[in-house]
Design a protein around this ligand. Structure first.
Ligand code: DAH
Length: 360
């Protein structure tokens, strides 16, 4: 075997042994590269006489070409098998059922669902959503809502007070969503049509009361809105919310400092065992407070009560959620128990809307 044949055999062995493109590249550098073995042979031509150079040169250049071709062939094979391996690794079986991901597993809390339902119903009647802070001043929570100083109604609310400030004033956790009425009237010129869902706080805890709970406030202020509008809005809301064609209501005179006249509203219901059907039957269930906004409240918010008038209402969200979805214990709402949420929660993509159906 000539030295050229020997070199060629060992190079071809190396080329075939290369199992990936990086190894093959190092074989190329070690043979055809500047310092490579084939290049080293070519360099020996310079010292030869012309005859030797001609024969030897042709042989070395032929070797160089064959090595180049072999490397190119091997490279094609390695490329193809790398691609095959990758395709095998990344195969997607489109016939496999979709794995349960967060969208299938996660649940919307009934309180959030009911807030979305209430918002959808009132949005359809032209109401916007307003917000206010959970930490309130005495002014917005009581004084501007026509609670006289030291009036017992302030005590009725079992208020959580924060530590007094140096000037003696105390912030508090809002006991109802009614402060949003005042904040909205201060910010916005009538006509005003808003609902304000949110968290409220009272120092109270048993099967039907938790220290944090949810209310939704409603407020309509313009120059002509009267009690008839209030009744219609509430009845339309109750029918839509409980998804019934008719709902019996009873408006009972009541007292709130911020409305005059003030009313509590009961809905007709039928109880059998622990089940309650809303809208029919001879029993009554108290569901919300409402009334015509007191002139003092309109004045405290900077509007002229001789020009502007309207109605307000306030409703416990947790309570109507319990009624609609048959959840017996309010405390479970705030236990953060994933099993409870899986049972009573709602699918995230079933958004409540009047056209799509509130509860899908
Ligand atoms: N803020 C009252 C409460 O928490 C509920 C309420 C009653 C709100 C009558 C109103 C209303 O806007 O007009 O007990």
């Amino acid at each position: 075997m000539t030295d050229i044949e020997q070199l060629e055999a060992s190079i071809l062995d190396d080329i075939h042994a290369a199992s990936d493109e990086a190894t093959l590249e190092s074989v190329r550098v070690a043979t055809l590269g500047k310092q490579g073995s084939v290049s080293a042979l070519l360099k020996t031509l310079g010292a030869m006489n012309p005859d030797d150079r001609r024969t030897r040169g042709a042989a070395i250049n032929a070797l160089k070409d064959r090595v180049g071709l072999s490397i190119a062939d091997r490279k094609g094979i390695l490329k193809a098998s790398a691609l095959d391996a990758r395709l095998a690794r990344e195969t997607v079986d489109v016939s496999l059922p979709v794995r349960p991901g967060p969208l299938a597993e996660g649940r919307i809390h009934p309180v959030s669902q009911v807030i979305d339902e209430i918002t959808a119903i009132f949005a359809d009647m032209g109401f916007a959503v307003a917000e206010g802070p959970d930490i309130e001043t005495d002014h917005y929570n009581f004084t501007a809502l026509n609670f006289p100083p030291d009036h017992p109604a302030r005590e009725m609310h079992d208020t959580f007070f924060l530590k007094p400030k140096e000037d003696g004033s105390r912030l508090l956790l809002r006991t109802h969503t009614s402060p949003v009425q005042v904040r909205t009237m201060e910010k916005q010129r009538p006509p005003i049509r808003i609902i304000a869902p949110g968290r409220t706080y009272r120092c109270d805890s048993d099967a039907t009361h938790t220290p944090m709970f949810h209310q939704v406030e409603g407020l309509v202020i313009d120059e002509t809105t009267h009690f008839g509008h209030l009744k219609w809005v509430l009845e339309e809301f109750l029918k839509a919310f409980f998804e019934v064609d008719e709902v019996k209501t009873r408006f009972r005179p009541s007292f709130f400092p911020f409305t005059e006249p003030s009313m509590e509203v009961d809905v007709g219901c039928r109880r059998s065992g622990s089940e309650i059907r809303i809208g029919e039957g001879d029993d009554w269930l108290e569901i919300l407070g409402c009334g015509m906004v007191h002139p003092n409240v309109i004045r405290a918010a900077g509007l002229d009560p001789d020009v502007y008038q309207g109605f307000a209402f306030g409703m416990g969200i947790d309570r109507i959620a319990m009624l609609k979805y048959g959840m017996p214990d309010l405390r479970a709402f705030f236990d953060a128990d994933a099993r409870w949420l899986k049972h009573y929660g709602f699918r995230p993509l079933d958004l409540p809307s009047l056209y799509g159906g509130l509860t899908g």
